[in-house]
Design a protein around this ligand. Structure first.
Ligand SMILES: [Zn+2]
Ligand SMILES: [Zn+2]
Ligand SMILES: [Zn+2]
Length: 166
């Protein structure tokens, strides 16, 4: 997985398979249980590169099992966040699969306001620069998730660049 927006017609099944395989490996290494439900929620989050909302996940799960309840889904999402397999995007109140789940990072997200595709940067320099500045101001930083809004390459190709929302 890479720091780019998804290409048109790329083999997305490969993205899903790879994400699930990595998740299984990471959970096994950490002695954490990727239960069938947690795995299924991760798979549904990875169904596209667009962030997905919790109630959409719940609706999908309820189609598969009438007993799926909101707390179950939120607990599964909390687990996946804690294991750093997915990220929550506050500006959209939605979840997206982590593109590089093997190591600790906060993430900078480029979010296309046209198609809502998300690309994740993982730039330690940006992270450290912000930590230093916050520290200098006596601010104890707990989380830093940066969400940048704009227009992805595919949407820019599909329209006159001037039409892209600034
Ligand atoms: Zn993909
Ligand atoms: Zn990530
Ligand atoms: Zn786009």
């Amino acid at each position: 997985m890479h720091e780019t927006f998804p290409r048109d017609g790329h083999d997305h099944q490969h993205c899903i398979d790879e994400a699930l395989a990595i998740a299984e490996q990471l959970c096994a290494d950490r002695g954490r249980r990727l239960t069938p439900l947690r795995r299924r929620v991760l798979e549904l989050v990875w169904e596209s590169h667009q962030p997905v909302k919790a109630y959409d996940l719940l609706a999908r799960l309820q189609q598969e099992s009438a007993s799926a309840a909101p707390p179950t889904v939120y607990r599964a999402l909390d687990f996946l966040i804690a294991e750093r397999l997915i990220h929550r995007l506050a500006s959209l109140n939605a979840y997206v699969g982590c593109a590089h789940p093997g190591h600790r990072h906060t993430g900078q997200f480029l979010i296309c306001s046209e198609c809502q595709s998300v690309a994740e940067l993982d730039d330690a320099d940006i992270e450290q620069a912000l930590s230093r500045r916050a520290d200098a101001m006596g601010f104890a930083l707990t989380t830093q998730t940066i969400e940048l809004e704009g227009c992805c390459p595919r949407c820019r190709r599909g329209m006159d660049k001037k039409e892209c929302p600034a």
